[in-house]
Design a protein around this ligand. Structure first.
Ligand SMILES: [Zn+2]
Length: 317
């Protein structure tokens, strides 16, 4: 098991990384300037990007964006907390411009090889109790599909995330099983996000990998009394993904797995690997990633799973 301090550092590193990429890689520039630059970039490029996005839709090639939030609350506890008013603004903005679809709908369109509608999906990672205050009720009221990925151990034990405790955030409670059951009965899809939120990219032990991806999913299914169809990698950057984990998830019966390093999902893409982007924070971040950005797409990293099958890797699983 990785040390909590490593988790905290990794978590902070990944969040910071996501923000700095969003903010034009200007890590030496104060945050307020980076935010202003990112906002200016969004407003300057949005009209042309929207036009291009709609042109692709008319040709049946509309890419689908999948957005990731973590925690919606107003205490500004950390960089993965989005103020409630920002979330509400983003959801209302999305609803008037995009068809809001589920991950299953997304996969169907990829399999069909055609998508004529600008579309977007909402997902949450980790499983914070605060999300049940406004965010989830809003999605339910607006009939917006959502897949809510939860880390099993905090939910099953009631203990806060290790990375939050390490940073002194003792009040950030995980969801309870009752909350998840209520969400599920209201149409929210519950997904798996490992047992302890490790960096899968650093897990070399096949038994530990199985425990984090499959056993924790089974525990969640038993506790909720329903199938858990999707898996989301913690952190979600290419270095946090492995071919072994992809194959294990596929073999274990998951419908799909999610990364979080950005990118759009195009018709005829592989439906098993769903590309997402973390959009915690100011509204322009979510709005900008909802619309195709060909320039940004060129700069994105890429992870292609299932290359040449390796007998030694197969045996190790
Ligand atoms: Zn996570």
């Amino acid at each position: 098991m990785s040390h909590p301090a490593e988790n905290r550092t990794l978590y902070a590193t990944n969040q910071t990384s996501a923000l700095s990429k969003d903010d034009l890689h200007a890590s030496t520039v104060p945050r307020r300037w980076r935010t202003a630059l990112a906002k200016a970039y969004y407003y300057a490029t949005y009209p042309e990007r929207q036009w291009y996005h709609r042109r692709l839709a008319a040709a049946g090639r509309a890419p689908i964006s999948v957005l990731v939030f973590h925690r919606i609350a107003d205490d500004g506890a950390n960089s993965w907390t989005t103020p409630t008013r920002n979330f509400v603004e983003v959801i209302r903005w999305l609803k008037t411009r995009f068809e809001m679809i589920s991950l299953t709908d997304l996969q169907q369109r990829l399999c069909d090889g055609s998508n004529t509608s600008p579309s977007a999906c909402i997902t949450f990672d980790d499983g914070y109790a605060d999300n049940c205050e406004t965010a989830i009720p809003l999605l339910i009221a607006e009939k917006i599909p959502c897949t809510y990925f939860v880390t099993a151990e905090p939910v099953l034990t009631g203990k806060p995330f290790a990375h939050d405790l390490e940073m002194g955030h003792t009040h950030l409670a995980p969801n309870t099983l009752d909350q998840l059951r209520t969400m599920k009965s209201d149409g929210i899809d519950i997904g798996a996000h490992t047992r302890t939120h490790p960096d899968i990219g650093r897990l070399a032990d096949p038994a530990r990998l199985y425990e984090e991806i499959v056993t924790s999913r089974n525990d969640l299914e038993n506790s909720l009394g329903d199938r858990v169809a999707f898996f989301a990698f913690p952190f979600g950057s290419p270095e946090n993904l492995t071919h072994q984990a992809f194959r294990l998830a596929k073999r274990a019966g998951f419908d799909g797995v999610c990364s979080a390093y950005g990118g759009w999902n195009y018709p005829a893409d592989d439906p098993f690997h769903i590309r997402r982007r973390i959009v915690d924070g100011p509204p322009h971040r979510a709005k900008s990633w909802a619309v195709l950005d060909p320039l940004r797409e060129l700069c994105l990293p890429h992870f292609a799973y299932c290359p040449e099958r390796s007998p030694s890797l197969e045996q190790s699983l």
